[in-house]
Design a protein around this ligand. Structure first.
Ligand SMILES: Cc1cc2nc3c(=O)[nH]c(=O)nc-3n(C[C@H](O)[C@H](O)[C@H](O)COP(=O)(O)OP(=O)(O)OC[C@H]3O[C@@H](n4cnc5c(N)ncnc54)[C@H](O)[C@@H]3O)c2cc1C
Length: 420
């Protein structure tokens, strides 16, 4: 053993993917070690869902597939192998009931992410898994048909390695992109990484004073170099520096610096429909102020005043003096308000990382590298990023489970073939 501690399986990173994988690989005679950089496991899990943990989404797995950008087809075998129902059963069987909200988001009934972590931690203990915290992995090399794992404290050997180090967002939780670097060093293909599920910073944001106002399920479009590149709808929130809210967070994986986001405050109406309706109201109420007409639309009052100002329309302007140019400006501002993106927020505020270990380099039925036998990946280190609503944790748990299942089978086969 050359003085190295030997394990069957070493899991690097004790987030949801790593803990779940360790739990499901463990079994009699199988030595599992989990190495965690931070002084405690699951720091990001504790923050999830503002500490309440939106663990998954209700409904059919088929409906999950459109929530991973254009990677749904890759994630499909994993999600169908370990579904939302299986995940809920796992926790409910261990005394943590779950509850779906009307919008489909599923949380523990206690609304405590700490309770989710406690179940995982207790299960690791029951199964005799060695969890060593405060021990960052600094290097992985291939060694004698297995792997050599280096930390500041020791060097370990294992037959199988699972990289579950997460993405690079919220680095204070321990996820700092190490897994992608390890993968690259081992010769595993990776894709470019960037922050996702992030608020978006807007250049000269005109609504900073209205920070906190939110809009339910409004349509918005994304433009790049004058061309429309996306159509979305969702809840949008004004911040001091730009826009956020679930609709923006979900679209953020597609948003780049200098893109233009056009928001429709007028709701689900096309520009032409809004123009026609506004013109009719103006015609029918010639002596009214334009501001009174605008107040008839479901746009928050403070925003109405701001939109009039930005359209160069005085508060007291009467409809009979409302010019065609002013009307065009107001319609644009109500239905296609253009906001130029400075940049999507950075890793410090992004909930997930887009990009990572390339999915075409991994067998998505086993989570094993197609290039390096015995090397597995699970969780956000992979090029998988889901929408808000529980899709990321479900992906972390499902990939962790699938990796575990195939590792168990692999090790069982090996033990049946003595001499290997
Ligand atoms: C604020 C916030 C709220 C969120 N809310 C939700 C939500 O409600 N629902 C949802 O589905 N998703 C949510 N997410 C996303 C979700 O938490 C992540 O996608 C998920 O935690 C990924 O799990 P993981 O196990 O792959 O990685 P992580 O949870 O990031 O865990 C990786 C672990 O690996 C460790 N590690 C890293 N490098 C090393 C190394 N070199 N050596 C040893 N250990 C290492 C880290 O310290 C960490 O503990 C949220 C994210 C954030 C930031």
């Amino acid at each position: 053993m050359n003085g190295m501690e030997q394990y069957d399986i070493i899991v690097i990173g004790a987030g949801p993917a790593g803990l779940f994988c360790a739990i499901h690989t463990s079994g009699p005679g199988c030595r599992v070690l989990v190495l965690e950089k931070m002084d405690e496991p699951g720091k990001k899990l504790l923050l999830s869902g503002t500490g309440q943990c939106n663990i998954t989404h209700a409904g059919e797995m088929q409906d999950f597939l459109s929530h991973y950008g254009d990677h749904g087809k890759w994630v499909k075998p994993v999600l169908f192998s370990y579904t939302n129902k299986a995940l809920l059963t796992f926790f409910e069987d261990r005394g943590l009931p779950m509850q779906a909200e009307d919008n489909g988001k599923v949380f523990p009934k206690t609304r405590q992410a700490a309770d989710v972590l406690a179940v995982l931690y207790a299960e690791c203990k029951t199964r005799g898994i060695t969890l060593q915290c405060g021990e960052p992995v600094t290097g992985i090399t291939r060694h004698d048909g297995g792997f050599r794992i280096v930390t500041p404290r020791a060097t370990y050997r294992s037959t199988v390695v699972v990289i579950t180090t997460g993405g690079a967002s919220y680095p204070k939780t321990g996820s700092t992109g190490d897994g992608v670097r390890f993968a690259q060093m081992l010769g595993q293909p990776v894709t470019e990484t960037a922050p996702a599920l992030t608020p978006v910073l807007i250049r000269n944001f005109p609504f900073a004073a209205l920070a906190g106002i939110s809009f339910e399920n409004i349509p918005f479009t994304l433009w790049r170099a004058g061309k429309k590149v996306g159509e979305y709808r969702g809840d949008v929130l004004f911040t001091h520096l730009g826009v956020s809210g679930p609709g923006i967070l979900d679209a953020s994986r597609h948003i780049r610096p200098d893109d233009v986001i056009k928001l429709s405050f007028a709701g689900n109406v096309k520009r032409e429909e809004f123009t026609a309706d506004l013109s009719r109201r103006v015609q029918e109420n010639r002596t009214w102020n334009v501001s009174t007409i605008l107040a008839g639309y479901p746009i928050p009052e403070r925003l109405n005043r701001k939109l009039l100002k930005l359209s160069d329309i005085p508060d007291e302007l009467r409809c009979n003096h409302f010019s065609a140019e002013q009307r065009t400006r107001l319609v644009t501002n109500c239905t296609e308000f253009p906001l130029t993106v400075t940049a999507p927020g950075g890793y410090a505020v992004a909930m997930v990382t887009r990009g990572g270990v390339a999915l075409d380099g991994v067998n998505m039925k086993t989570m094993e590298s197609k290039i390096i036998p015995g090397l597995f990946f699970a969780g956000e280190v992979l090029d998988i990023d889901g929408d808000t609503g529980g899709y990321n944790l479900q992906a972390a748990f499902s990939t962790g489970y699938v990796a575990a299942e195939s590792i168990r089978k692999r090790l069982a086969e090996k033990s049946r073939k003595p001499g290997e």
